[in-house]
Design a binder for this molecule. Structure first.
Ligand code: ZN
Length: 350
C-alpha cells in the first residue's frame, strides 16, 4: 500500500504525485481541480483523503484480481471455484461468482445482488410465484362431471407443477449455508424430491388418460406398474450420491411414459390426440436439459466465461420451465378429453 502521508508540500510536486500515482489515469481532467486545491492550502487534507479512498479501492480490486474472484458486492466478496469447500465444487468450469458460506439471513440477502446462482434462483423462484398465483384457477377441479377423479387428477397436476420450483429454489438459495455438506445434501435431496413429484405424480393424469378406455384389468395393472416404478425411482433418488446415479433414478418411470406416449402416437391409447406434440415434448425437453447439465455445455468450451449467465444449469432450468408448460398443456387437454369421451367408441375414432 502506498503511503499517502508522503505527499510533498509544493503544489508542483503534488501535481506530479497526483498525476503519476494518485489518479493513475486522466491527468488533464484532474489537473484543473488540483490547481484549485493548491490555491487553498486548507483543502490539502481533502486531496489526501481522496488519495486514501482511491488506494483502498485499488487494493480491493487488485486483491480480487489476484484471487481471480468476482467483485465485492454489497459487502460480500464473491469467490473463486478453488476457494470453495469440496461439496460446492460440483462444476469445475464455473470459475467465479461464488457466494461465501453464509448464515440463513446472508443466503436470503443474496437475492439482492448478482452471483453465479442468481439465474438459477430467479428462474424457479419466479415460476413458483407465478404457478401459485395462476395455476389453481386454470384447473377443472370438478369440471365435466369428473367428480372426485377430476379433483384428484387436478391435485396431482398442481403438485407436479409446483414441486420442482420449491425444492430447486430452496436448494440454490441455501446451498452455501455455513452448516456445510450435511445441510447441502439435505437440500439436494429436497431438490430431487421436487423433481420426483413433478415427474411421477405430475404425470399421473397423462398416464390415466392414456389407459382411460382400456379394459379394467389392463388399466389398473398399468397404473400399478407406473406407481411401483415411480416409488422405486424415489427410493433410489433419496440414496443417490453421484450426479449420474441421480439422473438414472428416473429411468423406470421415464421409460414407462415413453411407452405410453408411443401407444398414444399409434392411437392405441387414449388421451386428447391434439396433445401428442406436448406428450413428447414434456419428456424430450427435460431429457435435453438433463443431458446439457451432465455434459457441462457450453461452459466446458469456455471455462469461466458463462459463470453467471447461460451456463448449462441456467439452460437446464429454462428447459424445465418449458417441460412443465408442456405437461400443463397435456394435462388440461386430457382432463377435458376424459370428461367428454365415450369409451364405447373405437379408440381410433375418439
Ligand atoms: Zn437447479
Amino acid at each position: 500500500m502506498r503511503d499517502v502521508q508522503s505527499v510533498p508540500d509544493t503544489c508542483r510536486n503534488m501535481f506530479d504525485m497526483s498525476i503519476q500515482e494518485v489518479n493513475g489515469k486522466g491527468p488533464k481532467k484532474r489537473k484543473k481541480s488540483l490547481e484549485q486545491i493548491c490555491d487553498n492550502e486548507g483543502h490539502r487534507s481533502e486531496l489526501i483523503e481522496d488519495a486514501k479512498k482511491e488506494d483502498a479501492k485499488k487494493e480491493d480490486e487488485s486483491s480480487s484480481a489476484k484471487n481471480g474472484a468476482g467483485p465485492r458486492v454489497e459487502g460480500v466478496e464473491l469467490l473463486h471455484w478453488r476457494d470453495m469447500p469440496q461439496h460446492l465444487q460440483f462444476n469445475p468450469y464455473v470459475l467465479t461468482g461464488y457466494r461465501p458460506l453464509q448464515s440463513w439471513s446472508g443466503c436470503i440477502g443474496s437475492l439482492f445482488y448478482f452471483h453465479n446462482e442468481t439465474i438459477n434462483i430467479l428462474t424457479h423462484g419466479v415460476s413458483l410465484v407465478f404457478m401459485i398465483a395462476v395455476l389453481p384457477g386454470l384447473l377443472p377441479w370438478s369440471g365435466g362431471g369428473g367428480g372426485a377423479g377430476a379433483w384428484f387428477l387436478s391435485l396431482c397436476h398442481l403438485l407436479g407443477a409446483l414441486a420442482p420450483w420449491c425444492g430447486s429454489f430452496l436448494y440454490h438459495l441455501f446451498m452455501n449455508h455455513t452448516q456445510g455438506a450435511s445441510l447441502y445434501h439435505r437440500l439436494l435431496q429436497l431438490d430431487m424430491l421436487g423433481i420426483w413429484v413433478s415427474q411421477s405424480i405430475g404425470a399421473i393424469p397423462m398416464v390415466t388418460a392414456t389407459v382411460y378406455c382400456a379394459p379394467t384389468l389392463l388399466r389398473y395393472t398399468a397404473l400399478a406398474i407406473y406407481c411401483l416404478g415411480s416409488l422405486l425411482g424415489l427410493y433410489k433418488a433419496m440414496r443417490a450420491w453421484s450426479p449420474w446415479e441421480r439422473r438414472l433414478c428416473f429411468a423406470a418411470p421415464f421409460c414407462m411414459r415413453l411407452l405410453l406416449a408411443g401407444a398414444r402416437a399409434a392411437r392405441l391409447g387414449g388421451g386428447d390426440p391434439h396433445a401428442i406434440l406436448h406428450v413428447f415434448l414434456q419428456d424430450a425437453v427435460s431429457l435435453g436439459g438433463g443431458v446439457i447439465g451432465a455434459l457441462h455445455i457450453p461452459e466446458k468450451w469456455f471455462p469461466g466465461s458463462v459463470d453467471c449467465c447461460l451456463n448449462s444449469h441456467n439452460i437446464m432450468h429454462v428447459l424445465v420451465v418449458l417441460a412443465v408448460y408442456s405437461m400443463h398443456q397435456v394435462t388440461t387437454k386430457d382432463l377435458a378429453w376424459m370428461s367428454s369421451v365415450d369409451c364405447r367408441a373405437p379408440l381410433r375414432q375418439l
